[in-house]
Design a binder for this molecule. Structure first.
Ligand code: FEO
Length: 401
């Protein structure tokens, strides 16, 4: 049964959602599933914008064929060649051998790498500012390298002022009937997944995202159709603003993220005490996570969200306890920067984790390490409370700036 949705008089949503997949890109947990969006325009020529993941192949083709009815498919525009959107290109070409593939030269290279069909006889490459007229609609193309792969482009429908934004402005989460962001409580139910999606997928490429946001600012956009998650037709500035904040590595909220990695619970107890000290001094917006029990994609996302971070880690094998080391390595990989950090270390006979965490942080950009490391030797003692309070005060003073 086809399950397409009409967006405008001639534009249809032909994507589908997947709630079976446990790990997006085989790494990121997606308990709310994901959608693979695809769009089909019935102009004088017919135009499909991207395909979908192989997991939703059956629904996708039922949607495409259902909307096309007896018409042939004239164009496939390929905005992005990651397999969650390109997996069905060869299958589509087998069904519609007459179609023309419209994409960037870089994407064409990837199509040849992934597939075996004859691309060259049906290829139309486009560059920045190139156009495609399909009857009533004229598309123009905006290159968006590294948002999220080097071949990515956005497609802008100059007629209806719709931006097909590839991965940008996407989010984890299956669509639950409502396909528009204004039909759901996005801030309450979607923002955390949108942040985790952005930070982990393209967080490393803030400069490139800023470049494409500048290009987008020069375009009159009435609707954003991303490749994942809801379509934006209202309050676009809200979500564009989030992308601006995240890609500038600016904190989204003034608050304190406390992440601890604790073998037997003593380091965790010190982190809990730090949270209480901060709260007693009036700090609100405190989030705390056990790195051993929280997926690192969530920790990285939260680190982008908050202005101040407390890292508390045991020493393990004369090194940083593995879950914390993994978190810090992932932060560095995502180009995390522009934050203030306080450090608590623990080690029963040779505490090393503080020194090593500091060394890792010093490899990142614009990280302000607050005060002195607080060093525990097994468990927090009464005589160490002043040191912990001094560290809490350093955080509070820095937050006040
Ligand atoms: Fe949703 Fe970069 O693919």
């Amino acid at each position: 049964m086809q399950n397409s949705r009409k967006i405008t008089d001639d534009l249809y949503y032909v994507g589908a959602s997947d709630r079976k997949l446990a790990l997006f890109e085989n790494i990121y947990p997606i308990p709310r599933g994901t959608s693979y969006n695809s769009y089909l325009l019935l102009d004088e020529k017919t135009v499909l914008l991207d395909t979908a993941d192989a997991a939703v192949s059956e629904q996708f083709f039922e949607n495409v064929e259902g909307v096309l009815a007896d018409r042939k498919l004239d164009y496939l525009i390929v905005n992005h060649m990651e397999p969650d959107h390109c997996a069905l290109i060869q299958n589509l070409v087998l069904r519609h051998p007459e179609l023309t593939v419209v994409t960037t030269a870089k994407a064409a290279v990837m199509i040849r790498q992934f597939f075996n069909f004859d691309l060259d006889s049906r290829l139309q490459t486009v560059a920045e500012g190139g156009t495609l007229c399909t009857g009533r609609h004229t598309f123009t193309f905006v290159l968006a390298p590294m948002v999220h792969w080097p071949e990515v482009m956005f497609t802008y429908d100059t007629t209806d002022k719709i931006l097909f934004s590839a991965d940008a402005f996407g989010t984890f989460g299956a669509l639950n009937g409502n396909i528009y962001a204004d039909e759901v409580n996005f801030d309450r139910d979607w923002l955390d997944d949108a942040r985790r999606y952005f930070i982990n997928i393209v967080g490393k490429y803030g400069t490139q995202v800023q470049n494409v946001l500048k290009k987008a600012a020069a375009i009159d956009i009435q609707m954003i159709c991303p490749l994942h998650g809801p379509i934006w037709r209202q309050d676009l500035g809200y979500f564009i603003g989030k992308y601006d904040t995240w890609s500038k590595y600016a904190p989204e909220e003034k608050g304190v993220l406390i992440v601890y990695a604790s073998v037997y619970g003593h380091t965790a107890a010190a982190a809990e005490k730090m949270a209480s000290l901060l709260a007693e001094h009036g700090v609100k917006g405190i989030a705390m996570y056990d790195a051993s029990h929280t997926h690192v994609s969530q920790l990285v996302s939260e680190a982008f969200r908050y202005s101040h971070i407390v890292l508390a880690s045991s020493t393990y094998n004369c090194d940083i306890f593995t879950p914390m080391e993994n978190f810090l390595t992932d932060l560095k990989a995502h180009n995390w920067q522009r934050r203030s950090v306080a450090i608590i270390e623990n080690g029963s006979w040779g505490p090393m984790s503080g020194k090593l965490m500091r060394a890792l942080l010093e490899q990142m950009k614009e990280i302000n390490i607050l005060g002195e490391n607080v060093t525990l030797k097994s468990a927090l003692k009464d005589e160490q409370l002043p040191a912990l309070e001094a560290l809490a005060n350093a955080i509070i003073a820095d937050m006040a700036q």
